[in-house]
Design a binder for this molecule. Structure first.
Ligand SMILES: Cc1cc2nc3c(=O)[nH]c(=O)nc-3n(C[C@H](O)[C@H](O)[C@H](O)COP(=O)(O)OP(=O)(O)OC[C@H]3O[C@@H](n4cnc5c(N)ncnc54)[C@H](O)[C@@H]3O)c2cc1C
Length: 450
């Protein structure tokens, strides 16, 4: 079987890897000159700089299979135990997220009224329409929990807006607790009992890991293994189908060309995929073009340890929108993983922009670094200037699983069922995490090989 994979991000590369492993002849088309898509690691002046994902959660077994196939299992490094301490900003101060009943009672992150409101949760009924995560949380847990737990969490995962994201599409596990058990508290208790019986673990308790040399090792190693099967600088303009075959039209070094394949895996982002299928599947194209990707800028800053006056044992902090700051949050990268900064220095990764403040993400790089430094300095009692700064920008960063996303996915599945051999495998389909993209790459390959 001759298969074209369009896009060498982690979704397309994983699909290509498992297709090749299953014996298919794969060609990967990538418009850029390097693999990885959103994953980008650089080492600069002794700092390991992640411009995209810093880590991912061990939510499936496919990750280990992939690492073992690539002989890079020993690259895997788990997050430091202390990184279970996560902080949220309230009234300009960082508060640890409670880890048990004692710290829940004593925390000043939520008021007494906000905490008492949580006890009403088991008595709240089900929703009757597709809700946003904001409506869902306000209804079940109250507005304070939305402002000081879910709003910053959503900024940390999707860089998105809780009032736009669909709870069913973006947080299916949370939604399922209400659907299946009638409530979050009930669901958490009964779900834990069921998992204990089955001997499985909750996704939320999956361990966080990265790779010693950075996340970029993953796409780079898959790409090395695929070798000449990847065509860099090859921008696909369109895909068409006649009978059981698919024609891929692309431009390479300014020259247009086209090849025919038995199957196509479309692993380009939704806005690019919409353009690629426009002439062949106009209805799908118009659905895909509805998916929004807000911009995000990532500022990586380094300081001498003694410049920072707070205890850095933890994962970092997230900023609720109501706090009116100019950053979404900061990861204490060098506290989580080893060798992220030179000896005696610390590294922070700060996220700016998203749906909340898209304009900030398009400021010049020096401005973004300045904003990130000033906000961190105020919140983490940092003296002096950063010893290191690097900024990465994503004009269209993360697909938003907004209200209506499920009907877009219905349209995708409908087209896949009509055109045997055509699959979409990208982060707007079955989860945005790197771990989800890897698992989806494998399941797409399995469907094709079957
Ligand atoms: C700033 C940031 C931080 C993140 N942090 C985390 C994190 O900590 N943990 C986590 O698990 N996830 C994180 N994510 C999400 C995760 O990185 C992405 O969801 C995932 O990497 C997407 O992979 P993908 O292959 O689906 O898409 P992409 O990475 O977007 O890859 C698509 C590829 O298609 C190519 N392409 C596009 N158009 C064409 C065309 N016409 N012809 C040929 N090729 C084309 C692109 O060049 C690209 O290489 C983060 C994302 C961002 C932006």
């Amino acid at each position: 079987m001759k298969i074209a994979v369009i896009g060498a991000g982690i979704s397309g590369l994983s699909a290509a890897h498992f297709l090749k492993k299953g014996g298919a002849a794969v060609t990967v088309f990538e418009r850029h000159s390097a693999p990885g898509g959103t994953i980008g690691t650089k080492v600069v002046d002794g700092y390991l700089v992640e411009g995209g994902p810093n880590s991912t959660s061990e939510t499936n077994f496919v990750i280990d299979e992939l690492l073992s196939d690539l002989s890079i299992g020993d690259e895997k490094v788990y997050a430091d135990e202390a990184s279970k301490h996560r902080f949220i900003l309230r009234n300009g101060k960082l508060h640890a997220l409670p880890g048990g009943p004692g710290s829940f009672i004593s925390t000043k992150l939520w008021t007494l009224g906000g905490k008492l409101r949580l006890f009403a949760e088991p008595f709240v009924g089900r929703a009757e329409y597709e809700e946003s995560i904001a409506d869902f949380v306000t209804r079940r847990l109250g507005s304070e929990f939305l402002d000081y737990a879910i709003n910053p969490f959503v900024a940390g995962v999707y860089a998105g807006s809780p009032s736009d994201l669909s709870v069913r599409a973006a947080f299916p596990k949370l939604y399922a607790l209400e659907e299946k058990y009638g409530g979050l508290l009930k669901g958490a208790v009964l779900g834990a009992r069921e998992r204990k019986k089955r001997g499985t673990r909750a996704k939320a308790s999956a361990k966080l890991f990265s790779l010693r040399s950075g996340m970029g090792v993953l796409p780079a190693t898959i790409a090395r293994e695929l070798g000449d099967a990847i065509r860099y600088g090859a921008e696909v303009g369109s895909v068409n189908s006649a009978g059981a075959q698919f024609t891929v039209n692309f431009t390479l070094n300014g020259k247009s060309d086209s090849y025919t394949y038995d199957a196509v895996v479309l692993s380009a982002p939704a806005f690019a995929a919409a353009a690629i299928v426009k002439s062949w599947l106009p209805e799908l194209s118009s659905e895909l073009s509805k998916i929004k990707y807000p911009p995000v800028a990532v500022a990586v800053l380094g300081y001498k340890r003694e410049q920072v006056k707070i205890d850095l044992r933890g994962f970092g902090f997230l900023v609720p929108e109501v706090e009116n700051r100019k950053i979404l949050g900061t990861i204490w990268s060098s506290s989580i993983f080893p060798a992220r900064a030179p000896e005696g220095f610390v590294e922070f990764t700060t996220f700016v922009g998203g749906s909340r403040q898209p304009k900030l993400a398009s400021l010049p790089n020096e401005e973004i670094a300045r904003v990130a430094h000033e906000e961190n300095a105020a919140l983490m009692r940092i003296s002096g200037s950063p010893a290191f700064r690097a900024v990465s920008k994503w004009d269209r960063a993360i697909p938003q699983y907004n209200i209506g996303h499920l009907s877009i996915l219905d349209a995708v599945r409908h087209v896949e069922s009509l055109h045997k051999g055509f699959y979409i495998c990208c982060n707007y389909k079955d989860g945005i995490s790197v771990a989800d993209c890897i698992a989806n790459g494998k399941s797409t390959a399995e469907k094709l090989l079957a």
